[in-house]
Ligand binder design. Structure first.
Ligand code: G16
Length: 544
């Protein structure tokens, strides 16, 4: 076996976005494209030689080929040991767990998260650091800088490693351990939740659940946890077999894409509890019988009920949410007397707060919730958290949510996405809104008066780093908000996200339909941003 040094030329588009480098598969299939990025990771990380890395992906098309390439490059670059998920599978939360458990240098996760897969779909590479979390901006900037000047990469000339059998192998001088993707993660979940109580609930005969793994990575995890360990009926997990193209679906757990689950949960004989997770297992959606829980409400409810769950019964240090996430959790934090932090979109911004023990739970409107147990959002963890709460309270999802609104008021919340917009027009819309910042404060729109209009800027309270231009906020005097932001994860054109939030303390109005309750704000958003004019679209492409 010998190390081959391959001459290459930089690609100019390898700047990681909100969550790693995400591109169409065909871009990654260009000669040297994946190799350049991986070599840029190795070159920019000091002291990585001889260390342990964790490697796996969500099973999408190109996962297996990429794993072989990365293993050979790791061996050629002097990595000491790579822990790889059997079959090339590791969910993002499990990767974080395994990095932490093994005190690894970091990990490489192959996933484009909730984006579609297959030869015409997307692929992605994320680099996580030793705390188990996504690389912070200074690390991704260094990788990007390296990718712009790279001239060569190193790869071992060797046969492929058998990644379908658990065991240890040598690749050159590097150790490769092919491991059970589920075991460590399951152990961690058992340490946090009351499995006996959840098992009682699931085997009681009067509680049923449906878990939609969307033909993505959580299938094997969900079957092992819910059906084999917790005694849920066989068939509880649907779409449980990971497929390279996710069965042609879009593995994004929301009301639009988790079709199979939504149909079941809104039918007459619906199960009591429904949940879904995304491509790489870090997102979640929670449903009750004919009832949808917004991710923002979910975070607030987990926070308010954390004392019922063994892993969190001693109290929470604090909570954090991304800026566009509704402020429902802020109200709970206030009542609990704990700090609530507002960060930019992107899980990486929670890392420092978690490491410094300033927060215990965190979450985002984009169907992500998590805690200090790892450094990624965690879909199955959120689902187990809900089951644990239900097992203790013995109430339905709807009862739990409505009781929460009764106590704290309801934050009506919705996100309108305009996808595949011409990037120039999207940038013009942003500029147009920004140009009104000085004239908006004090302006009245019906019952709403603008209190603040700005471009969200975050100063990390732990390391003082500053992240600018993180979304345009229009905040009204009653706390209602409209936020405009360009997505950092799309791969086709630009995606404009419009986040709308309105607070309603009056319980007599909590039953209102969300879009109806937000209709004035929706109209104001149109008036301020001229969305129809800039996008040429009459309506959002996705409403969540
Ligand atoms: C990623 C990030 C999340 C972010 C989401 C949406 O999630 O980890 O923090 O909220 O993208 O980002 P954007 O609005 O920029 O598209 P995932 O599940 O795709 O890794």
């Amino acid at each position: 076996m010998s190390i081959q040094v391959v001459l290459t030329q930089p690609f100019t588009d390898q700047k990681p976005g909100t969550s790693g480098l995400r591109k169409p598969v065909r871009v990654f299939q260009q000669p040297n494209y994946l190799e350049n990025f991986i070599q840029s990771i190795f070159d920019s990380q000091e002291g990585i030689g001889g260390k342990t890395l964790v490697l796996g992906g969500d099973g999408r098309y190109y996962n297996r080929q990429a794993i072989q390439t990365i293993l050979k490059m790791a061996a050629a670059n002097g990595i000491g040991r790579v822990l790889v998920g059997c079959g090339g599978l590791l969910s993002t939360p499990a990767t974080s767990c395994i990095i932490r458990e093994n005190k690894a240098y970091g990990g490489i996760i192959l996933s484009a998260s909730h984006n579609p897969g297959g030869p015409d779909g997307d692929f992605g590479v994320k680099f996580n650091i030793s705390n188990g979390g996504p690389a912070p901006e200074k690390v991704t900037e260094a990788i990007y800088a390296r990718s712009r000047e790279i001239q060569r990469y190193q790869i071992l000339q060797a046969a492929d490693v058998n990644i379908d059998r658990i065991g240890s192998f040598k690749l050159g001088t590097m150790d490769v351990e092919v491991m059970d993707p589920v075991a460590s993660y399951l152990k961690l979940m058992e340490s946090l939740f009351d499995f006996d109580r959840i098992k009682d609930l699931l085997t009681s005969g009067n509680f049923s659940m449906c878990m939609d793994s969307m033909h993505a990575v959580t299938g094997p995890y969900a079957k092992r946890i819910f059906e084999e360990t917790l005694g849920a009926q066989p068939g509880t997990v649907i779409n449980g077999e990971p497929l390279e193209d996710f069965g042609g679906g879009h593995p994004d757990p929301n009301l639009v894409y988790a079709k199979a689950l939504v149909e079941k949960m809104f039918a007459d004989e619906a199960p009591d509890f429904g949940a879904a997770s995304d491509g790489d297992g870090d997102r979640n959606m929670i449903l009750g019988r004919k009832f949808f829980v917004t991710p923002s409400d979910s975070l607030a409810i987990l926070t308010a009920n954390a004392h019922l769950v063994p892993g969190y019964k001693d109290g929470l240090k604090g909570v954090a949410r991304s800026m566009p996430t509704s402020s429902a959790v802020d109200r709970v934090a206030q009542k609990l007397g704990i700090d609530c932090y507002e960060t930019p979109t992107g899980w990486k911004f929670f890392g420092n707060l978690l490491d410094a023990d300033k927060v215990t739970l965190c979450g985002e409107e984009s169907f992500g919730t998590g805690s200090n147990h790892i450094r990624e959002k965690d879909g199955l963890w959120a689902i187990l958290f809900w089951l644990n709460i239900i097992a203790v309270r013995r109430q339905s999802v709807e009862e739990i949510v409505k009781a929460h609104w009764q106590e704290y008021g309801r934050n009506f919340y919705s996100r309108h996405d305009y996808e595949e917009v011409d990037p120039t027009r999207a940038a013009e819309l942003v500029e147009y809104v920004r140009s009104q910042f000085s004239s908006l404060p004090g302006r009245q729109f019906g019952k709403y008066t603008v209190a603040l209009a700005d471009d969200f800027c975050y100063t990390d309270p732990v390391d003082g780093s500053v992240s600018k231009n993180q979304g345009l906020r229009i905040v009204f005097t009653d706390g209602s908000r409209i936020v405009f932001r360009l997505s950092g994860t799309g791969t086709k054109g630009a995606t404009i996200r419009v986040y709308l939030e309105s607070y309603e303390p009056d319980a007599n109005k909590h039953h209102l339909d969300t879009q109806l309750a937000l209709k004035h704000l929706i109209a104001i958003a149109e008036e301020i941003a001229q969305i129809k004019k800039f996008t040429g679209m009459d309506a959002p492409t996705v409403i969540t």
